[in-house]
Design a protein around this ligand. Structure first.
Ligand SMILES: Cc1cc2nc3c(=O)[nH]c(=O)nc-3n(C[C@H](O)[C@H](O)[C@H](O)COP(=O)(O)OP(=O)(O)OC[C@H]3O[C@@H](n4cnc5c(N)ncnc54)[C@H](O)[C@@H]3O)c2cc1C
Length: 513
């Protein structure tokens, strides 16, 4: 089935245990800040019901019933590309795949590991995963992936931890109908607005760690599951919020620390139980799928950042300054490289476990993720640099909206003719919202912009000395009167060597003209 937004919202009214700022949340849909995460997640149910996106997001199951495409297993490069298109459309919309990304990636990796374990060990996991997949499809459930354990001392394996044995989620009891698990997962995105948690290991295991080799799915509202420390941005509402926080208004932090306080998991929801040799397969498969999502998420963000930098350059009248063009060209290059590498990962997928399920090409997808992660901070720096100090000192909506002071702001914070002050302020607020804190911009623009320092540095650099160094090394005249290089002794004037043995004809020096 394909749920409506209303049906999805109703499904969250299930008695889940969520804590925010020290208080128990009565209902995630009506809480002042947690509801903003839910609103973002509800976009997952807008797109499949939208006439322009239905064909992309909706496919049929074996019974001919409509289901969400992201809940199917990718079997061809075209499936991988379509998955990527869904992720990109969602992220460009602003949060439209929040509860179908980590969870869908975890589901895909369960299929990979199940098939490998069934082949090598004769387990029956594939059937269980497929039954569970059908349950998700038939009920159009929202899901997320809980992979990262709290980990304690990172230098120790799970079973070697000193203070207690629950730093990694583990099996504490095997019963007739299922298992009991204990531990905690941390930073789990979308957890307050998901129906289901798909849990898998975040590292490889040795035999001593076999109780930690654990994969399963559990409803968020299951007994003993506690979502702690959810802290979405505390925000203003309405127009004020849209003006001051244009992106973080809808792209809210949704992470929580999830405690599994002796949670019972029935066997039909257990997809790995002690097969420590295959934790690696599961963890690596998840990483490959999820990096594909990450690159799509980032493409939307990088497009926005590059666009904001180019708009503010235009609004400030600096778009043709050579150093600004160079920065904009670099931003466009990073943005396009990330998305092209991710596309390549889909076009050239891997089937290395000998199955019919495909995974993104490992080199291409990791190169894509690495490209954005290692260049992201420079992207922020360029936005802040091009935008100027106003990227942090830009007035807020309440100032702009006050008729007594608005005319002054309007007059003095205008820039290029033909661009309204409001447009300029909105883009500046977007940059401020996206690049974070005051001190970052203060570091760049306080005491003058970086281009101003470059100008002074250029002006005060001892070019004569640098050129003398180069000329001397290139055996050209013009360095002799330099105060540093002119004084230095020349090797061939100071060191007298015996004459060259001219029987080495090919090495004989060319006669001086
Ligand atoms: C906003 C956000 C959302 C996230 N969403 C999710 C989610 O939905 N689901 C999920 O499962 N996870 C999620 N994560 C978790 C993310 O995958 C982890 O933060 C990441 O894997 C790093 O783990 P860590 O935070 O425990 O840091 P650490 O593991 O403590 O890493 C800190 C540093 O220590 C190094 N280090 C740690 N252990 C070792 C070691 N054994 N050998 C060498 N170096 C080591 C690391 O390389 C790194 O440099 C999210 C994280 C963030 C920030």
């Amino acid at each position: 089935m394909i749920k409506t937004v209303e049906q999805y919202l109703e499904s969250l009214n299930d008695g889940r245990e969520v804590w925010c700022l020290g208080e128990k949340v009565k209902d995630v849909r009506t809480h002042p800040t947690v509801s903003t995460i839910v609103r973002m997640a509800a976009m997952d149910y807008v797109l499949p019901n939208h006439p322009d996106f239905r064909d992309l997001f909706v496919t049929k199951d074996a019974d001919g019933e409509d289901i969400n495409f992201l809940l199917t297993s990718p079997k061809t490069p075209q499936d991988m590309l379509r998955r990527r298109e869904c992720y990109m459309a969602g992220m460009r919309t602003g949060g439209g795949v929040l509860v179908h990304c980590m969870g869908a990636d975890a589901l895909a990796s369960f299929s990979v590991a199940a098939e490998v374990m069934d082949k090598k060990m004769g387990t029956g996991y594939t059937e269980r995963v497929e039954n569970y997949r059908r349950h998700l499809q038939k009920n159009d459930l929202a899901l997320t992936g809980a992979i990262t354990d709290v980990k304690g001392d990172r230098s120790l394996h799970p079973s070697q931890q000193k203070q207690h044995k629950d730093f990694y989620l583990r099996i504490v009891d095997r019963q007739k109908d299922g298992i009991v698990v204990r531990g905690a997962k941390v930073h789990i995105s979308a957890s307050p607005c998901a129906n289901e948690l798909l849990c898998l290991p975040c590292r490889t295991h040795g035999e001593a760690d076999k109780d930690y080799a654990l994969g399963f799915a559990i409803p968020v509202a299951a007994k003993g599951v506690k979502l702690l420390g959810v802290e979405p941005n505390v925000r203003l509402y309405g127009e004020e919020c849209e003006f001051d926080y244009p992106t973080s208004d809808h792209l809210q932090p949704s992470e929580s620390l999830i405690v599994f306080d002796d949670v019972f998991v029935p066997w039909e929801r257990v997809f790995m139980c002690g097969e420590w040799q295959y934790s690696q397969v599961l963890a690596y498969a998840f990483a490959s799928y999820h990096r594909l999502f990450g690159t799509c998420k980032m493409t939307g963000t990088l497009e926005l950042m590059t666009g904001a930098a180019s708009l503010i350059a235009e609004y400030n009248g600096v778009q043709n300054m050579p150093h600004v063009r160079k920065k904009l060209a670099w931003m466009a290059y990073i943005t396009e490289t990330v998305q092209m590498l991710a596309k390549q990962a889909c076009l050239d997928p891997v089937t290395e476990f000998g199955m019919d399920v495909m995974m993104p090409n490992r080199m291409a997808i990791n190169a894509s993720k690495w490209t954005y992660a290692s260049n992201f901070h420079t992207m922020c720096q360029h936005m802040q640099d091009i935008g100027g100090g106003l990227t942090t000192t830009v007035p807020a909506f309440r100032d702009w909206d006050n008729p007594e002071i608005k005319p002054f702001i309007d007059k003095y914070l205008a820039a290029k003719d033909g661009v309204s002050t409001e447009e300029r302020l909105r883009i500046l607020r977007l940059i401020k919202d996206g690049t974070g804190n005051h001190w970052q911009v203060d570091t760049i623009h306080g005491e003058g912009s970086m281009a101003a320092q470059e100008m002074f540095i250029y002006g005060s650099a001892n070019w004569k000395k640098f050129q003398a160094a180069a000329k001397r090394a290139a055996h050209m005249d013009g360095w002799q009167d330099d105060t540093t290089y002119g004084k230095l002794p020349l090797m061939d004037q100071c060191v007298q060597m015996p004459p060259i043995d001219e029987t080495y004809k090919s090495f004989a020096p060319t006669a001086k003209k």
